[in-house]
Design a protein. Structure first.
Length: 423
């Protein structure tokens, strides 16, 4: 029997299981709607602040190097504190952790908006807010990714994740555009004000979630303090063969993909395709459309019984697709290949996250999700550095190496009987 808490109603055990819900039917759940609205607002707020922060730094300094250092200052505490955020979500609750991080975000961004609007902002304050953004993200992201099993029934995990993933893809397209319009028409300060407003309203929707949506283990923490809990989270994730293999696959695939997409695609658009920024936008847009289609399709189709074979198939899919992108001579075919790769990412972000949420002990949800995100993002700076060196010599080689790493993941997972049998 599922340990997910059904907030809206109790379903008697004697009643036959209801038909699997479609993605849109999960929106009939009042707690899910509140979570969906809050997370959507947070995504738009993130993009408002990203656009505003970039323009503010360039306006104050005119230096791309300064912008890069601000982004590094934001990324470092996020990476270092991610597992702390996951442990705190387990120790308190995902709901309370989200409330705390959203409240802090609004509390710090609102004064920054005032400083910008009054023309009194200085770079040291920008660096300070970048640190705050990184710290808040480190606590907010694991909580956001671990709260869903507390809000919906077990059978609604795939539809719920599908809706959240489709919304995330839509925000990638609409968020920067809307943020850019606000900056262009109203000014940088109003974009920061919009960020603060998004998080204040989102805070109220999370506050509106019933107390039953909180994590409640009903026991003391046997691992002691926060450090002990973090260590216990790593031990738990590594001891479970399925979670361990999934973490390794995520680390390898995202290391390869982040380098190829972040460095390789701009190189191809600028050089081989000769299409500039517009071409780069088309490539990323095609990937986003594919990811949206993959997420929506995953919400409609029941997950496969053998999760291990799904990992093998997705690694093959992404490996072949990534290698093909590097070989294609023109923008159109490359955009088509990117769209097909995007489908695979939409599928894995729905089925994979749902599988992890279902497999993980409720008391470990926050920590496992934080370790997953650490595996996904922790090697990104190394990937960028290595990819830049390879792309300088031969961008095609970069895509072939990235695709080859993904194919090695496919071979490794397929060769392990335990992994193949994962359900």
């Amino acid at each position: 029997m599922s340990q997910a808490q059904i907030v809206d109603e109790a379903i008697p055990s004697a009643v036959a299981p209801a038909p699997r819900p479609r993605p849109w039917t999960v929106l009939s759940s009042s707690p899910f709607r509140k979570l969906w609205i809050a997370t959507t607002l947070s995504l738009f707020g993130d993009f408002f602040s990203y656009i505003a922060l970039a323009w503010l730094v360039l306006q104050l300094t005119g230096s791309s190097l300064a912008l890069g250092t601000v982004l590094v200052v934001q990324a470092l505490p996020r990476a270092v504190l991610m597992v702390v955020g996951g442990a705190l979500a387990d120790r308190l609750s995902s709901r309370l952790t989200m409330l705390g991080s959203m409240g802090l975000r609004a509390t710090f961004v609102a004064p920054l908006a005032v400083l910008v609007l009054t023309g009194r902002v200085q770079m040291w304050e920008v660096y300070g807010i970048a640190v705050v953004f990184g710290v808040v993200d480190a606590f907010f992201m694991p909580a956001r990714n671990s709260i869903l099993p507390r809000v919906v029934a077990d059978r609604e995990l795939e539809p719920g994740n599908a809706v959240l993933n489709v919304t995330a893809q839509a925000s990638v397209i609409l968020g920067p555009v809307l943020g850019g319009v606000i900056v262009a028409v109203l000014g940088i300060g109003w974009a920061f004000a919009g960020d603060a407003a998004c998080f204040v309203i989102g805070f109220l929707f999370i506050l509106w979630l019933p107390a039953a949506a909180r994590t409640a283990t009903g026991q003391a923490h046997p691992d002691g303090g926060l450090g002990g809990q973090i260590a216990a989270g790593f031990r738990y994730a590594w001891a479970d063969v399925g979670i361990r293999v999934t973490l390794i696959v995520i680390a390898v695939v995202d290391f390869a993909a982040n380098g190829a997409l972040g460095v390789g695609l701009p190189t191809l658009a600028h050089g081989r395709f000769g299409t500039g920024a517009a071409g780069l936008g088309i490539l990323f847009g095609a990937w986003g459309v594919g990811a949206t289609a993959g997420a929506l399709g995953s919400g409609l189709v029941p997950p496969p019984q053998r999760f291990g074979w799904l990992m093998v198939l997705l690694c093959l899919w992404l490996g072949v697709g990534t290698g093909v992108v590097g070989l294609l001579p023109s923008l159109g075919p490359a955009a088509l290949a990117m769209g097909l790769c995007g489908v695979a990412t939409g599928v894995v972000n729905t089925y994979g996250v749902s599988w992890l949420q279902r497999r993980t002990d409720p008391a470990m949800q926050g920590r496992v999700m934080s370790i997953v995100m650490l595996a996904s993002m922790g090697l990104t700076p190394v990937a960028y550095a290595a990819s830049g060196t390879i792309a300088e010599v031969n961008p095609t080689l970069l895509f072939l190496i990235a695709g080859g790493l993904m194919l090695l993941c496919a071979v490794g997972t397929a060769s392990n009987r335990t992994v193949r049998a994962l359900r």
